[in-house]
Design a binder for this molecule. Sequence first.
Ligand SMILES: [Zn+2]
Length: 259
Amino acid sequence: MPDRSIYALKYAGPFNVYAGYNVWQWDMATEAFERENWYLWCVGGDGPTVLVDTGADPALTRSRKQEDRFESPVDVLSRLDVAADEVEHVVLSHLHWDHAGGVHLFPNARFYVQESEYRFWTEDPMSQRPPFANLADPASLEYLTALDGTDRLVVLRGDREILPGIECLHAPGHTPGQQAVAVDDTAHGRAIIGSDCAHTFRNYRYDWPSAFSMDLAECLRTYEKLRAAASSIDLIFPGHDIAMHDDYPAVAAGVTRLA
Ligand SMILES: [Zn+2]
């Protein structure tokens, strides 16, 4: 019996973004803009609550984003009757600030991150160069490194089932150690929270990554892997598509049920 549900929690947006950024060079000629949202995700139903990403602390978002269209991920999560300090499992899809900039909001959580992602942002000098440093939040990285060696930080090497029916999938391309989360037993079958493996649903359908990719070829290999792992392509949920907010049933303000 299906017993797991996936919720998208919008904590920021909508923001205007160049469409040729979400689908690399696709709309270069038209200079089209589109809207995007920022999310974290919650797996509910039977079994432990699992968050995918943390969103960002409002103070951090305020310092990085001029537009005033965001709220605390903790407040959005509370609309699912989940208190931040009760959350025990948080998968970090990757360590960009808009996805991992709220780690300190979950003081009792165990964080799951891929080793290649963790090492890149905490040890590789390349991550200090401007295009990468601009995407990281040093305070969040310090928070995680302080947990290193404790049971609150689980550093994964490749695919791993972390809880029954919840599997982390190594899915590089957007970043060196990006990961997705496969969730068994939703009402529609096996679904995947891809986060920024792709920014929109179109990336998977067109087989065409976003501009925001460290390695386009790795992105395409990841798309193959995720399409094979999900029960359908429509069950691979991207990182920033407004459709996750606009086209799915709302269960509370900013919270939609994806599967
Ligand atoms: Zn990202």
